[in-house]
Write a protein that binds this ligand. Structure first.
Ligand code: ATP
Length: 356
């Protein structure tokens, strides 16, 4: 069993608290991404799991074992960094065999494990090359191979794709998903790229300012963000978090914000909801352009190819919508529009937590 458990973990660097009150239970075989903006504490969290930093509070467990104080080499983990850190004078095969040699594992086992990893990562034809004779993606695969030969319980990956160009990143994303499917080992992946987190993870831990904001599946994070931070951080284009007032109307709750108002369907809000100020947000795909009872004024059209992003004023709110890429809309146009009231995300105005 290689579940990973963080229990009330804290990391302070002097007076600076990098991670605080961090609780997370990663199941055996999961692919979990730590996702958040720069400086939110994701690398520090991964480094504590790797044993490269010691927590200043709480405990970390890998499998059955509390690993606080256990040196990195004895944690049964393998880490892949952003810079692949391959030895330039060694061949691919020697690079991959090196961690085994260091551990005193002799031939023929070393050779067997390297060949097995090379087969898995399709590196067999490259085993005699030196790193500088490889592309970025191939080097990344060798770095993965070097981690793989150690047969660790847990793989730790720190932004391993960030040095690759967009096309190669997409290929490597698919390769990592496949690799995880084949070896089924626990993976913890640090990224600030939500596309990577959304496409690869079984669950995502969204962090901000050293604290966990939400730990859930990609779908749940997207469709049911737990608070205003997650709501505004996840999604491209992002959702604006707007201020409004909640009132009890005949059929249920109603949200008002200046000239804008929307009746929320029955059962939309949890029992915690109270009349008064709230925050709310609407995903671009829940705003329809071209038909509907509302009028909107187009401020900006941003073509991205297959779709265009339209920023518009709708009843005094600045909202974003998605339209097909061949749209004729241009700034200054007035259009009919509608929003899906059953998809409005509502949050407590003060604490920011979700109310639906
Ligand atoms: P990025 O995406 O930019 O790498 P991150 O989310 O990985 O950011 P961390 O590197 O974990 O963030 O840093 C969290 C906070 O802790 C930051 O404010 C950082 O400046 C601080 N920090 C990290 N390491 C140290 C250190 N050795 N000494 C002092 N402060 C540190």
């Amino acid at each position: 069993m290689a579940e990973v458990v963080f229990d009330k973990v804290q990391k302070a660097f002097g007076a600076m608290i990098a991670v605080e009150g961090f609780d997370l239970k990663i199941e055996d075989g999961e692919f979990v991404s730590l996702l958040g903006p720069s400086g939110c504490g994701k690398t520090t969290t991964l480094r504590m799991l790797a044993g490269l930093e010691q927590p200043t509070g709480g405990t970390i467990r890998i499998g059955e074992r509390v690993v606080n104080g256990v040196p990195p080499a004895r944690r049964d983990i393998a880490m892949v960094f952003q810079s692949y850190a391959l030895y330039p004078h060694m061949t691919v095969a020697q690079n991959m065999a090196y961690p085994l040699k260091k551990r005193g594992i002799g031939e023929p086992e070393r050779g067997e494990r390297v060949r097995a990893a090379a087969r898995l990562l399709e590196l067999e034809a490259l085993l005699e090359r030196k790193p500088k004779q490889l592309s970025g993606g191939q080097q990344q695969r060798v770095a993965l191979g070097r981690a793989l030969v150690r047969e660790p319980q847990v793989f730790l990956l720190d932004e391993p794709l960030s040095n690759l160009d967009a096309k190669l990143r997409a290929t490597m994303r698919a390769e990592l998903i496949e690799l995880h499917g084949r070896i089924g080992c626990t993976m913890v992946y640090v990224t600030h790229d939500q596309l990577e987190a959304m496409t690869m993870s079984t669950r995502i831990a969204v962090m901000n300012k050293g604290a966990l904001q939400q730990f859930a599946t990609p779908s749940e994070i997207y469709h049911r963000p737990a608070n205003t931070f997650v709501a505004s951080f996840i999604g491209t284009p992002s959702m604006a978090v707007l201020e409004g007032t909640l009132t009890q109307a005949a059929g249920g709750w109603r949200i008002d914000s200046g000239a804008f108002s929307a009746d929320l369907p029955e059962g939309h809000l949890s029992d915690d909801a109270k009349a008064g100020p709230v925050s709310f947000a609407i995903r671009p795909e829940d705003v329809s352009v071209g038909q509907g009872p509302r009028r909107a004024k187009v401020r900006l059209v941003e073509p991205t190819g297959h779709e265009s992003i339209v920023i518009m004023d709708l009843d005094g709110l600045s909202l974003t919508a998605r339209v097909p890429g061949d749209t004729q809309l241009k700034s200054g146009d007035t259009v009919d529009a509608s929003i899906r009231a059953d998809r409005i995300h509502v949050f407590d105005a003060a604490a920011g937590h979700r109310l639906n």
